[in-house]
Design a protein around this ligand. Structure first.
Ligand SMILES: [Zn+2]
Ligand SMILES: [Zn+2]
Ligand SMILES: [Zn+2]
Length: 399
């Protein structure tokens, strides 16, 4: 395909309508990517093909409309087909255009009515936003930049203002907006954000001095902050309640399997996230959580042990479900590997850590299952698979 393009005399890319000096278009460098996974390869393919397509000729499409008069009621049939493929050739299989060819007809031809179907349809209310559609909406409203928009959405999730794939505002999110609208509406005013965004663009384009704009921004922020300070106490009080409610809702894992009275909640501590029973100190049930993934309640219980399940989410990877019970039968390792593990746990067998050659292998368990670790952890971070069970690192590597 590249040869086909290079054989042309004039190569001129088709430029989009928008310019963005901070984020120039992505193009392949000519170095073929080595050691990439399937997903990355797909994205590379898309970028490379799109790059080539920008140099190709326009495609020609033809739309035909047939008007049919049925007892003075007009019916319309529309069909579009591609006559010259142009850039489509380079952009396959990413061209998403429908080919709908209509039968050949001449003016004043008679057509027979085969069937009459009456469709009853209603207009649908708008769907909830998804991360992708909300980013589009931000762009439409001129809020944020290409690089900050997805970060803005991430922050909303991280702070518990929104939840779910079809994004829902949490009570905390709604309450935060309501409270701020009441006491310092400027903070939640789109116009202010847009204003700053525009000013920054002017700096980038060298049309205004950064110092002037910074001074202006500082004045505006001082104004807002003094407003905020004045009402700080009320704002705090109103938000605290909503915060506790929402945090409990988002972190609730269901009934505590040990005491059967309390609820298990996800908590953040000095050493990372963990799960604890809310009947503490009467019930001291806790489970540790891995720090290498974002953990969310899966709203399910384990089929094997009836403990709550969690969803481990890592960027760019498929979320995985685990039950929080390290002793769950589903994590049992059978056969020789299992027997050896028991012997090591009891101290009958000793195995030297192959990495530091100082520590001993000890049996540890996490929500991912049992594994061997070095007794000198955290100085030595060696880990080893126990039979066929998955290891934290395997999960890291999984595409
Ligand atoms: Zn409990
Ligand atoms: Zn289980
Ligand atoms: Zn070691």
């Amino acid at each position: 395909m590249a040869k086909n393009l290079l054989s042309r005399k004039l190569l001129q890319p088709n430029n989009g309508k928008k310019t963005d000096p901070a984020h120039p278009a992505i193009f392949p460098t000519g170095i073929f990517p080595a050691d990439i996974n399937e997903r990355e390869e797909k994205i590379y393919d898309l970028i490379a093909k799109r790059f080539m397509a920008t140099f190709a000729e326009p495609a020609v499409r033809e739309t035909m409309t047939i008007e049919i008069d049925c007892k003075n009621e007009a019916f319309i049939a529309k069909g579009t087909r591609t006559i010259e493929k142009g850039w489509h050739i380079f952009y396959e299989p990413y061209v998403k255009l429908e080919e709908e060819e209509l039968p050949k007809v001449n003016k004043n031809d008679e057509v027979t009515v085969k069937k009459i179907i009456l469709h009853s349809k209603e207009t649908e209310p708008p769907k909830r936003y998804t991360p992708a559609s909300i980013i589009k909406e931000l762009e439409r409203r001129n809020l944020g930049t290409k690089s900050t928009r997805s970060e803005i959405i991430d922050t909303l999730f991280k702070r518990g203002y929104t939840t779910g794939k079809a994004i829902e505002a949490t009570d905390l999110g709604i309450k935060t907006v309501e409270t701020l609208e009441k006491y310092c509406p400027k903070i939640v005013d789109e116009e202010l954000t847009r204003h700053f965004e525009k000013e920054m663009e002017l700096i980038m384009e060298d049309k205004r001095k950064s110092q002037d704009i910074l001074d202006d921004a500082r004045r505006k922020i001082e104004e807002i902050l003094s407003d905020f300070k004045k009402h700080e106490e009320y704002i705090g009080k109103e938000l605290l309640e909503a915060n506790i409610e929402t945090r409990d809702e988002l972190s609730n894992l269901g009934k505590c399997p040990k005491c059967d009275e309390g609820e298990l909640h996800m908590r953040k501590g000095k050493y990372g996230s963990f799960i604890a029973c809310n009947k503490y100190p009467e019930c001291k049930t806790t489970f540790s959580l891995p720090s290498n993934a974002l953990i969310k309640p899966a709203q399910k219980i384990c089929e094997k042990c009836s403990y709550p399940m969690v969803l481990a989410i890592k960027k760019g990877k498929k979320p995985m479900e685990f039950c929080i019970n390290p002793k769950c039968p589903s994590k049992h390792v059978e056969g020789d590997a299992g027997r050896q593990a028991k012997d090591i746990a009891k101290g009958i067998i000793e195995k030297e850590c192959p990495k530091c050659k100082e520590g001993k292998l000890v049996l540890r368990s996490s929500i991912y299952g049992k594994f061997y670790g070095c007794s000198l952890y955290p100085k030595c971070r060696y880990t080893e698979k126990l039979g066929e069970g998955p290891l934290k690192q395997d999960f890291d590597k999984k595409a």
